[in-house]
Ligand binder design. Structure first.
Ligand code: SF4
Length: 691
């Protein structure tokens, strides 16, 4: 047995399945994954994991892995050597750049990739290609939360740590379903609720698992959260329950903000949101009665035309009540992907460098010009939503996608796919042959997280190291190595032997990461940004001041935008909500390749309320066709009282491309950030009499 044990390797990694950021040891023998062993030292999860973290790894040995570079020849893809593929890509990109200019090319980074890889991708776009056309999928989920937080409090991240949430007397969850999307975090809330007498309010369209446990569950009409949040805030001010001292000493903008609340009377809010005035008063009273109050929110808030305004309203409520800067208080936008926080932090956005330093600021730009020894583009670039429009308009000719299945995960899939058909040149760098890869000219095989080193940043701004568990399969390579080779072929003099050197370069440029060095991240050690040069980090933000004018936070008046799903109730009489399910991850490229999970939940389904099912003659398992103005999908029905009335719920995690929810979603986006209004979809349902 000693010999057997000596063949077993135990390597620390960080889960790639959600923003909670659990870490654990993976036991392997050869390429076989023996088990996942959580470790007491793991800063977020200790000895817990959820089903995905524990069992979700077989995909690394899947037969479907991309093992060699592929180049399109006519209708087929042919295997190519790395040299051939890299030379071809670099010559095509040069050609397109010289013919149409650098802004005819767009780069998309990945929330599944490491911080170092994201840093390199934005550097590749800016310093090598010469464009700020760089974005990542936080545009699809959390950009509105970041926007709301930055304008009111200063930093685009959770204000405290996950462990702090247990100290709250009251937790308000708005438009999030942590029991399925952030399982280990939800167990923390559940425990505090049960053992410490913590109170819980859930506002959601769906009576999800957390709502079942809540002391108060409220169900607003779709897209109206801003109205009830503002009404509760106004009621608190009217009753004199606000924190006058906090507002006085730590917050700017009260004079402008207060008049903006005038319209949000209880009466008005109740009419718009469908929430009774008694319930609104109950929410306000519960907030008054708690010393420590925090708000958790996710895509139920952000994926609306007013997503960033509602995120701002959440921050306003916290500031008015002085619930920021102490443990158990504050704002927690729950990040979805494991590294969606990091992708934004390390500059994969068209308007900011790493650390959210604006590209339009000349002093900052010249800092990066010196740092990278190149001339940089001055104009902000296109975000991923604008890139799709620009392809249709003939202004964007080529794209380089790293780990993003954009033709399925962006809204209005038919529109995105018809754009991708027009691209002159498309590079897809990924682990599997995704839907988007079908449109590619060159496919580059990337290694998943277990086959590389680097760091991820979780939802509470915690940077953690992952170590290489397995060798890259076939000829696949870690994304940072591919980018390095590509940049060299494009004439850059990059030289990195290890991701630690990339992090050191980022730390030297962006103040937020000044003290982030690998030797401070060994094993289970971690750092929460901002990290000062001496290595001290920030588990809790805003204890003394805010990084805004005068060290004070800012109240910002908000504007309510009518949801686009309010239009045309005659043809499209139902509302379609969508989100995650526990077992699967996003578009499903990974988890449907894990046989145990795929067996348990083989594909997606649509949830229908008992009353609607009765009215339309639908039973469990009935095949239905859901039709929106943009497209249609066929799925089976699940009749459940988790959803109410005319509201449907379709998990976004489909095993078949043609069932993807984004064939139904449309082009409307958040007014400030262009995050698609995925949650504002009107549909009709046809019952199919097929087995
Ligand atoms: Fe992974 Fe999230 Fe589950 Fe933790 S809670 S094991 S990070 S999917």
């Amino acid at each position: 047995s000693t010999l057997r044990e000596s063949l077993i390797k135990k390597t620390k990694t960080v889960c790639t399945y959600c923003g909670v950021g659990c870490s654990f040891n993976v036991w392997t023998k050869g390429r076989k994954i023996l088990k996942v062993e959580p470790h007491i030292e793991a800063p977020v999860n200790g000895i817990s994991t959820c089903v995905k973290g524990k069992f979700g790894w077989d995909f690394v040995n899947s037969q479907d892995r991309l093992l060699h570079p592929l180049i399109r020849r006519g209708d087929r893809f042919e295997t190519a050597s790395w040299d051939e593929a890299l030379d071809y890509v670099s010559s095509k990109l040069r050609e397109i750049r010289s013919e149409y200019g650098p802004d005819s090319i767009g780069c998309i980074s990945s929330s599944k990739c490491t911080n170092e890889e994201n840093y390199l991708m934005q550097k590749f776009a800016r310093a090598v290609m010469g464009t700020n056309n760089i974005d990542n999928c936080s545009r699809y989920c959390q950009a509105p939360a970041t926007f709301g937080l930055r304008r009111t409090m200063g930093y685009g991240g959770d204000t405290g740590s996950i462990s702090d949430i247990a100290q709250a007397d009251l937790v308000l969850i708005v438009g999030a379903n942590p029991a399925e999307s952030h399982p280990v975090l939800s167990t923390r809330v559940r425990r505090a609720h049960k053992k410490n007498g913590q109170k819980l309010i859930v506002s959601d369209l769906r009576k999800n698992d957390m709502a079942e446990r809540a002391d108060l569950f409220i169900h607003p009409n779709p897209g109206t959260d801003l109205v009830w949040l503002s009404a509760v805030t106004k009621y608190i001010v009217d009753q004199g329950w606000h924190d006058a001292e906090f507002l006085n000493s730590r917050v700017n903008g009260l004079e402008v903000y207060l008049p903006s609340l005038e319209q949000y009377t209880l009466e008005h809010a109740s009419a718009v949101t469908g929430i009774s005035q008694e319930q609104l008063i109950q929410v306000a009273t519960m907030i008054r009665d708690s010393k420590r109050f925090c708000i958790l929110w996710a895509m139920g808030v952000t994926q609306h035309v007013g997503g960033s305004e509602t995120s701002t309203a959440i921050c306003n409520l916290l500031l008015i009540t002085g619930q920021v800067g102490r443990p158990g208080t504050g704002a927690y936008p729950l990040r979805g992907h494991n590294n969606v926080q990091g992708a934004g932090d390390f500059g994969c956005a068209p308007d900011v460098f790493p650390g959210y330093e604006p590209v339009a600021d000349e002093a900052i730009r010249s800092k990066y010009e010196k740092h990278w020894n190149v001339k940089l583009p001055t104009e902000r670039g296109l975000n991923n939503h604008q890139m799709v429009d620009a392809i249709h308009e003939g202004n964007l000719r080529a794209m380089y996608l790293m780990g993003e299945d954009m033709t399925l995960v962006d809204a209005n899939a038919n529109y995105v796919q018809s754009a991708f058909e027009k691209l002159e040149f498309l590079v897809v760098q990924d682990v599997f042959f995704s839907k988007t890869a079908q449109y590619a000219d060159v496919i580059l095989p990337a290694s998943p997280s277990l086959e590389k080193e680097g760091t991820f940043t979780n939802t509470e701004r915690r940077i953690q190291r992952l170590y290489q568990v397995l060798d890259p399969l076939g000829e696949s390579r870690p994304d940072w190595r591919i980018l390095l080779e590509m940049a060299r072929r494009m004439g850059a003099t990059w030289d990195y032997q290890h991701p630690s050197e990339i992090m050191a370069e980022a730390a030297a440029a962006a103040g937020m990461f000044a003290g982030v060095y690998y030797d401070r991240l060994e094993g289970y050690q971690s750092l929460q940004w901002p990290v000062r040069p001496d290595g001290s980090d920030s588990p809790l933000l805003y204890m003394n001041d805010f990084p805004l004018e005068g060290g004070k936070a800012r109240l910002i008046p908000t504007q309510f935008f009518e949801p686009v799903c309010w239009t045309d109730p005659s043809e499209y009489d139902l509302h379609l909500n969508n989100g995650r399910m526990l077992e699967h991850f996003h578009e499903g490229n990974l988890t449907y390749r894990v046989s145990g999970i795929a067996k348990k939940v083989p594909t997606t389904y649509v949830e229908i309320s008992p009353e609607l099912a009765y009215e339309r003659g639908v039973e469990n398992g009935t095949l239905v066709r859901i039709v929106s103005q943009y497209g249609a999908v066929r799925v089976r029905a699940v009749v459940t009282d988790r959803v109410q009335g005319k509201e449907l719920y379709l998990p976004m995690n489909s095993s078949k491309h043609e069932e993807a929810v984004n064939y139904l979603t449309g082009n409307a986006t958040d007014r400030n950030t262009n995050t698609p209004a995925y949650k504002e979809v009107s549909v009709r349902m046809e019952v199919l009499n097929e087995k």
